[in-house]
Design a protein around this ligand. Structure first.
Ligand SMILES: Cc1cc2nc3c(=O)[nH]c(=O)nc-3n(C[C@H](O)[C@H](O)[C@H](O)COP(=O)(O)O)c2cc1C
Ligand SMILES: [Fe+2]
Ligand SMILES: [Fe+2]
Length: 404
């Protein structure tokens, strides 16, 4: 098994998870996800972040530790930057196999070790700025970065090599294969991982954009030469790329978004779909890019990722039993939870006899603080007047997106 050296003392270990399982039980991972751990060897040996017993990850970890000339039982310190079970699920077994290792975590992390794994003895609590010297110039320094994305989260830094172990921060979906470093991937592969890092951010971290900004601010004084996250590419050539990318993502919450439109639509019999075509014509006349997402056919994971970056949103759906088309209600619920705020939005849709989507839509989008254009609803199929109105609203939305 291959292990990747970051410095003479620091090694990257990773397990690629390829599974039908949903990440966090919600988010599809058709391209897999990597679980990254790191080995820091001084006179004492630290392992940074663990794995869950998931698709052979513990075996992968043990094999790669052996390739780095060590083993589970040699580990002196187990640094747990974050207690989510994707990085800690195998802790009970680890502690059985290794009777000496001490867990290093924040005080909130210690509480969670107790809650999940009933372990209260072998824990060393660290605070912001604390250091642990492993010898041979390898000093671990800890920075609390609460709420990225759990409250106990911290990041670990080693100044020899300037390596930041950022856990979920700067992470991405997507399995890595045999390569782990940013300079080992082609521009096309980077484009793929950029999509997967946006999806990871929007799905996992988006609710905590403010804390992402705070964390990046806190770390700004460090000489970061390598960003080593717990999922995805390790950035040793251009670490600023992923830091700036995360800053951009965090800014989507309340700052500048992409001048694009996420068009989310559902239709039972094609009447809403027919009306939507006129809106798209209007958007095209103004030259604003858009992406179509049909519900419930497309998983909300991708819809959320696109909506998260877009300034404009179209919600197109028919009335269904005096309310919204049901899968759209789920999408808006996710948008609320993930803080898809302050967008320019247009709602359109067909009804049969009286409508009713309006009231529920307004209630569901009130917390999102969207600037809604006047909605367009019509009975049955769209007639020529409706078509003209829809086209005009499409243009209006596109103009607002351009001006934002
Ligand atoms: C299950 C179901 C429930 C519906 N409920 C309503 C309703 O409460 N109010 C209404 O005006 N029309 C209702 N309709 C009619 C649709 O809104 C209407 O057929 C509309 O044109 C469908 O648009 P679509 O072709 O885009 O699916 C319902 C239709 C179906 C199939
Ligand atoms: Fe996490
Ligand atoms: Fe994670």
């Amino acid at each position: 098994m291959k292990v990747h050296s970051i410095t003479d003392h620091i090694f990257a270990i990773h397990a690629d998870i390829r599974s039908e399982d949903l990440f966090e039980g919600i988010w599809p991972i058709p391209y897999g996800v990597s679980l990254n751990s790191y080995l820091v060897k001084g006179d004492r040996i630290a392992l940074i972040d663990l794995v869950r017993d998931w698709v052979g990850a513990p075996g992968e970890l043990a094999g790669q530790l052996a390739a780095a000339g060590t083993s589970i039982s040699d580990i002196d310190l187990l640094v747990l930057n974050h207690l989510e079970p994707d990085h800690t699920g195998w802790l009970g077994e680890f502690l059985e196999l290794n009777r000496k290792a001490v867990i290093v975590t924040t005080s909130k992390g210690a509480d969670l070790v107790g809650n999940f794994y009933f372990e209260a003895e072998r824990i060393a609590v660290v605070k912001d700025g604390d250091k642990i010297d492993l010898g041979q110039g390898q000093v671990l320094q800890f920075f609390e970065t609460p709420n990225v994305h759990w409250p106990e989260t911290m990041m670990t830094y080693v100044s020899d090599g300037g390596v930041l172990f950022s856990c979920d921060g700067f992470g991405s979906f997507g399995a890595l294969g045999d390569r782990v470093f940013d300079d080992e991937f082609s521009p096309e592969e980077h484009e793929f991982f950029e999509g997967e890092s946006l999806r990871y951010y929007a799905n996992i971290v988006a609710s905590f954009g403010l804390f992402v900004k705070r964390a990046i601010d806190k770390l700004s004084g460090l000489d970061i030469r390598v960003v080593a996250p717990s999922h995805g590419i390790i950035w040793r050539s251009e670490p600023s790329v992923i830091i700036e990318r995360y800053l951009r993502y965090a800014g989507y919450l309340d700052g500048q978004r992409e001048k694009e439109i996420a068009v989310i639509w559902g239709s039972m019999y094609g009447n809403t779909e027919a009306g939507l075509q006129y809106v798209l014509e209007g958007i095209e006349e103004e030259g604003v890019p858009y992406t179509l997402h049909r519900v419930p056919n497309e998983d909300v994971s991708w819809i959320l990722a696109d909506a998260y970056k877009c300034e404009g949103i179209v919600i197109a759906m028919p009335t269904y039993e005096y309310k919204m088309f049901p899968p759209m209600a789920y999408v808006l619920d996710i948008f609320d939870r993930k803080h898809v705020w302050y967008r320019k939005a247009l709602r359109i849709g067909s009804f049969g006899w009286v409508g009713g989507a309006k009231k529920e839509y307004e209630a569901k989008t009130a917390p999102l603080k969207w600037e809604n254009l006047e909605a367009v609803e019509w009975a049955g199929a769209p007639d020529a007047d409706t078509a003209e109105l829809l086209r005009a609203r499409g243009r209006e939305l596109a103009r607002k997106v351009k001006e934002a």
